[in-house]
Write a new protein. Sequence first.
Lengths: 171, 138
Amino acid sequence: MVVTVAIVRQRSLLGVVVLAGIYSFLMASVLIVLDAVDVAMTEASVGAGISTVLLLATLHLIKTTEMRSVRRQIVPLLVVLGTGAMLVWGTIVLPPFGSADTPIHRHVAPRYLADTIKETHVPNAVTSVLADYRGYDTLGETTVIFTAGIGVLLLLRGRRRSGPTDGGGTL
Amino acid sequence: MTLDLILRIGTKLILPFILLFALYVQFHGEYGPGGGFQAGVITAGMIILLAITFGLAAAQRVAPWALVQRMIPLGVLIYAGTGVIGLLLGKNYLDYSVLSHDAAHGHVWGIFLVEAGVLVTVAGTMTALFYAFVERGR
């Protein structure tokens, strides 16, 4: 919470990137407390590691101070507050945190937990669900990463070949 | 690149252990936390640390552009190809039970191949993104 306010107040974008990395590490710690180690690991390595490096590399290309906005923005504030209020309102009807008889715990999860060793010899149910029971989803995710990588490479490298300066190549 | 001596020696010492940890996360993903995605990111992180400390040229000696670029589609092909094997051997797409004599053992192989595909694509993409940003900044 403190970090979020600091991110919003900060004008130097370098500081924002560092604070965003701290925020990711805090989120990873929260996920560890919630016993989601796999997600915590991803958050720590991607959110705090790679994103920070890529954002710093982006800052290397652009100016590092955020410009002060001309007008005071009331409408965005109202939109954000409204969305936040609706989300909080939505959580009121959720079942109590950690209760075992919610729909997600009664649908397919027990079968995965019971049969993962018998069917796949893989004790970590997260891995067996990710790579086996839900193999299609992970194939889609891998394709998303592939597409994103190809897209960024085309944007950043294709432009460079067409001209030495920004927007130089008109042909 | 003339950075601090301690920083360079420290990086040199820690690099193999980062790669070792990435491989541990990859191959121990069946038992502990982790898997292809996390291992790929850690591998890319190793290359990026190398590039930050010793310069882009040193990193591209280890992982040249041609290799990194080929890794991006190669991983997806490994993943999708694992599915096609099941299709060719008369089962459903991404059905791993045909990969070995015993169905459960086939699943072990299937998960291994699929995670390897994820590792290759993720490591390639992350490294390529970093290279693209850095070269752009020159």
